[in-house]
Structures are given as C-alpha cells and as structure tokens.
Design a binder for this molecule. Structure first.
Ligand code: FE
Length: 222
C-alpha cells in the first residue's frame, strides 16, 4: 500500500481546501457574475466554457470508474497497482485530469466497508465519476456521513452487518477517493465489460454495493 492517510476520526486529520464553503445560491451568483465579466472582457470564450461543462455532463462519468473497478476485479496485477498508486493505474486507462490528480483507491472487504464524503464542500474524483450528485454536496450528507455512517447507508437502502466496520474517508482538494466495491459472487470468468455493468456510481462512493447479478430481472445472467 502507498502512503494512505488514516480515515477521519483520527486526531490529526488536516482538511486542506482552496476555497470556502458559501451557500449554493451565493456561489451561483458569484459564478454568474465572474463568467459575465470574463466574457465581456474577452478572457474566455463562452463556447469553450459550454464545451467543458458538456464534457463533464455527458462524456466523463461513472462509467470510467466502473471500468477501473472491473479491471481491478479481473486483473490481480492491476489491482495491486491500483492499491499502490491509484493515480498512475487509473491514468493508464486514460482517465486523468482535473480533480483526479491524486487518487487513492479504497477496497471494500468482507470486514470493512468504505464510504467517501467531503465534509467541507464537494471534493469528488471527476475523471472517474464525473460530477458529484446533489446528495453528495448536501449539508446533511456531509455532516451525517461522519457522525452516523451506518444510519446514512441505511437511508440509501444499504444495511450492513453489525460486524462490518465502516471507514469514512474525507476528500480534500488534494486527495480524492475511489471505493472498489466487493465483486459479486457468481461472476467468475466474466469479461471486464460485463463486470463493469455491475458497478454503479453509488457503489464507488460507498453509498451502495455492486449489483448482484442474481438480482437482475429474469434471474441470473447467463
Ligand atoms: Fe471539498
């Protein structure tokens, strides 16, 4: 394992951010004002801004992360690499860039379930998961994920055995986490593409599990 920092709850956790956490409406107003000003001054091309937003909304999303997880399930060497240097391993699949410069993969096991939050705002691994869902940015999730992770997971419909330890990881401007969910039983010999279809966005944040193929409508996949 690489130099993985301890989960939150320890005494020395430093949460470094480049920005303050204002209200959403306030941020929207500021963004709009800045955008108007920059366009007016000719600093940015509105079409280029639209293209960036469009890219993150439609081209970069959780299917990227699902391919990373599927590769980790299927390829032991990749799995080791992912655990040691997630940024490089993920980059080898072509997923890199803003908000993904310092990635850490945290693997679920039979005993430990990992959950990711950003307690101060909404730090999130964009290159592998796209833009964060609304609930990830909400104040209740950000505070309660730390105080009562088991209760929060139950609200997502995920009830873990009392014996399963839940580790909560606090994302920062510097480190972004990708949860590698447990590989479902009954998927031995599956192709990476087929495995990737079982990996949801929520399962890579820790708010869910990978889909059990036995739960597919029509029974187990052939
Ligand atoms: Fe943040």
């Amino acid at each position: 394992m690489g130099p993985v920092p301890p989960p939150i709850g320890g005494d020395n956790h430093a949460h470094r951010h480049d920005h303050d956490d204002g209200g959403l409406a306030d941020i929207e107003l500021r963004v709009r004002a800045l955008e108007s000003l920059m366009i007016e001054k000719g600093y940015v091309d509105p079409a280029a801004l639209d293209a960036i937003v469009e890219t993150y909304e439609t081209k970069i999303g959780p299917r990227n992360g699902a391919r990373v997880v599927a590769r980790s399930w299927a390829d032991p060497a990749f799995r080791r690499w992912l655990n040691e240097d997630a940024t490089a391993a993920i980059g080898s699949l072509g997923y890199s860039g803003r908000q993904g410069e310092h990635m850490t993969a945290v693997e679920n096991t039979g005993d430990v379930h990992n959950l990711v939050v950003c307690t101060l705002c909404s730090c999130y691994p964009w290159p592998v998961l796209g833009l964060p869902p609304v609930w990830y940015k909400s104040a209740p999730y950000r505070s309660r994920a730390v105080i009562d992770p088991r209760g929060v997971l139950a609200e997502f419909g995920l009830r873990l055995p009392a014996s399963t330890k839940i580790r909560v990881w606090d994302s920062t401007a510097e480190i972004r986490y990708l949860v590698v969910p447990l590989r479902p039983a009954g998927t031995e010999g599956w192709s990476e593409e087929r495995l990737a279809a079982l990996v949801s966005r929520d399962s890579m944040v820790g708010a869910g599990l990978a889909t059990d193929p036995a739960s597919f409508a029509g029974g187990p996949a052939a």
